[in-house]
Design a protein around this ligand. Structure first.
Ligand code: FAD
Ligand code: DLZ
Ligand code: SF4
Length: 517
């Protein structure tokens, strides 16, 4: 091959339509895929996350070779492996003598910074292309955000509906409304039995990766026993089809419900496949729309699902790049408590938290409402340091990449960004968890009891949170009611809440240092 163009492809860029390949042809291109220690350990990722990404990378290399591309694949156990993207790109340049390097922009700030240095350090020309798998190009997001006082997802989402034409009829939303959330509030009904996820057999590649991960990353968090993430495009498509057929119709209704032991409910469990590039988000939304148009799924379910992807997912990504690097250090509510150890061990008498940590450990997954209203709500109310919380979320979920994890943590759950992303903190007492789950019935704590050692800790923590942040939050229109209630309480009642929460907070054991990084 005459001096080729070298195209590095990262572990979350496993899409044949990736922009770095769009103008290339196999005759003068070498694709570089690199398993590197820096990426496997920049946080101590859940074992299943590493297994997913390495297995999917190896399968993708096969897919590309099958399509006629030349792929240079560097394995983690290669003795010459330098352990970093930069080191491996430099080594590949020596091997192939390319006339240039062409790459799609990475998903994380950290890697983008390293890549900016490539402009200086690489001996050949570097071309960085936008990631066109996202529906909203970053310049469009910046333009949308410019000059707006409030960057609310709902307004952005409407733009995305207009742009994609999804669920639109002549410039109007189908069904006469943009948002059907009011219909999507089903609680955990007795006897609710969601269909199981399709099982994925482990082929030789996956088996080899699982062995590598269990020996090399034995001390990382999480279990590999239930490893069932799709690692090929064909399996991801099977997972997608099963979701559209079996779970989408009830996705909306039970979107906010939590049921002990039912780890996926009617959620898609497709975020890992979408984030690493095995499924195209827009194609997925079009298929969901077809389910509604052809009468197989109700509008409230399909609208709710599409909103998560073209609304939340795109908005979150725009906010990440808009707010970085400051977002990583944001601590608008001055929260400094270290992460409690039970986030790693699951050892807590709080049934809701124990179950959410368990599914996280078993599956590298918890569904949105568990992440937001149990794990996240606790971190908010207890005043856990945002950087500890972000490290935890980045470590434990198979779908976790900083561009999507950090705005959800710093913005959506912790309000560390002072409300740039969410109009109010999602703080809730035990009553919310009781209404939306079946956890409380079998919990050691009593959800209806407000204070004292037997009371649900969320109840006193809720008021502790509002009281200690009164100066910062009492002006929020959407918190006017709880603050009015707080002020109407007697001095004694208020003191009881504060003392009860303080007593509980004293019992928290901090996580051992070094768990995440
Ligand atoms: P569903 O509930 O079936 O939703 C469908 C799809 O919508 C998801 O696959 C996802 O692509 C998208 N989506 C839904 N909500 C969000 C959101 N808030 N932000 C971005 N995309 C969304 N998602 C990640 O992909 N990676 C993360 O690291 C991540 N960290 C999170 C941290 C916190 C604190 C919270 C509250 C949410 C986080 N989310 C993250 C968003 C959401 O919880 C997951 O996308 C979802 O649980 C994935 O499961 P699912 O595919 O079954 O999703
Ligand atoms: C998460 C991850 C892991 C665990 N390992 C690799 C790897 O060995 N090689 C690789 O290319 N990507 C990996 N990834 C995903 C990267 O962290 C991700 O592509 C970048 O963070 C994107 O900026
Ligand atoms: Fe969670 Fe409180 Fe319910 Fe126990 S009582 S499960 S701690 S909300």
């Amino acid at each position: 091959m005459p001096s080729p163009v070298l195209v590095p492809i990262f572990g979350d860029q496993l899409s044949p339509q990736i922009s770095s390949l769009a103008d290339r042809n196999p005759d003068d291109t070498v694709i570089l895929i690199m398993e590197v220690a820096d990426e496997t350990t920049y946080v101590r990722h859940h074992k299943a996350k590493i297994a997913l990404i390495l297995s999917a990378m190896r399968h993708f290399a096969g897919e590309l070779r099958g399509a006629g591309w030349t792929v240079d694949y560097v394995r983690l156990d290669d003795s010459r492996n330098t352990g970093s993207f930069t080191g491996e790109v430099l080594r590949a340049i020596e091997r192939h003598g390319p006339r240039g390097v062409q790459v799609t922009e990475p998903g994380e700030w950290r890697v983008r910074q390293a890549m900016e240095q490539w402009r200086i350090d690489l001996p050949v020309r570097l071309r960085i292309l936008p990631d066109t798998r996202f529906i909203c190009p970053l310049p469009d997001f910046y333009e949308w955000a410019a000059g707006r006082k409030e960057l609310r997802m709902e307004w952005f989402y409407r733009e995305m509906r207009r742009k994609t034409g999804l669920l639109m009829e002549n410039d109007k939303p189908v069904g006469g409304r943009w948002n059907f959330d009011a219909e999507n509030r089903g609680g955990p009904e007795a006897g609710l039995k969601p269909p199981a996820l399709p099982p994925f057999a482990h082929d030789a590649i996956t088996r080899e990766v699982l062995e590598l991960v269990s020996s090399r990353f034995a001390n990382h968090f999480g279990s590999l026993d239930n490893f069932n993430w799709p690692v090929t495009r064909a399996d991801a498509e099977k997972a997608r089809n099963a979701f559209l057929q079996d779970r989408l119709p009830l996705f909306g209704k039970y979107q906010d419900a939590m049921l002990a032991g039912e780890d996926f409910l009617f959620h898609a469990a497709l975020s890992p496949a979408i984030n690493i590039g095995l499924l195209d988000p827009l194609d997925l939304c079009r298929r969901a729309e077809t389910e509604w148009r052809e009468g197989r799924a109700p509008l409230e379910a399909v609208e709710g699902f599409i909103r998560q992807i073209i609304g939340w997912r795109e908005y979150i990504r725009g906010m990440y790049w808009l707010e970085m690097p400051g977002l990583a250090d944001a601590n608008g509510l001055d929260a400094h408590r270290p992460l409690p150890d039970f986030y790693w061990t699951g050892e807590t008498k709080m049934r809701c938290l124990a179950d959410c940590v368990r599914t996280t450990r078993d599956n590298a997954y918890a569904h949105h409402i568990q992440r937001l209203m149990v794990l996240g709500n606790f971190a908010l109310l207890a005043g856990i340091r945002p950087q500890d919380v972000a490290d935890w979320y980045l470590t434990v979920y198979a779908d976790a990449f900083e561009w999507v994890e950090l705005p959800n943590v710093a913005g959506m759950i912790l309000h560390a960004d002072k409300g740039r992303l969410a109009s109010k903190p999602y703080a809730a007492s035990g009553a919310y968890i009781d209404r939306m789950s079946n956890y409380c019935g079998s919990c050691t704590y009593k959800v209806k009891q407000k204070t004292g050692p037997e009371a649900c800790p969320f109840n006193a923590l809720y008021w502790h949170f509002l009281a200690r942040n009164e100066k910062k939050l009492s002006g929020y229109h959407r918190l006017a009611q709880p603050y009015a209630t707080w002020r109407r309480m007697s001095e004694e009642k208020r003191a009881e809440y504060i003392d009860s929460a303080d007593a509980f907070l004293k019992t928290l054991v901090p996580a051992k240092p070094g768990w995440a990084r």
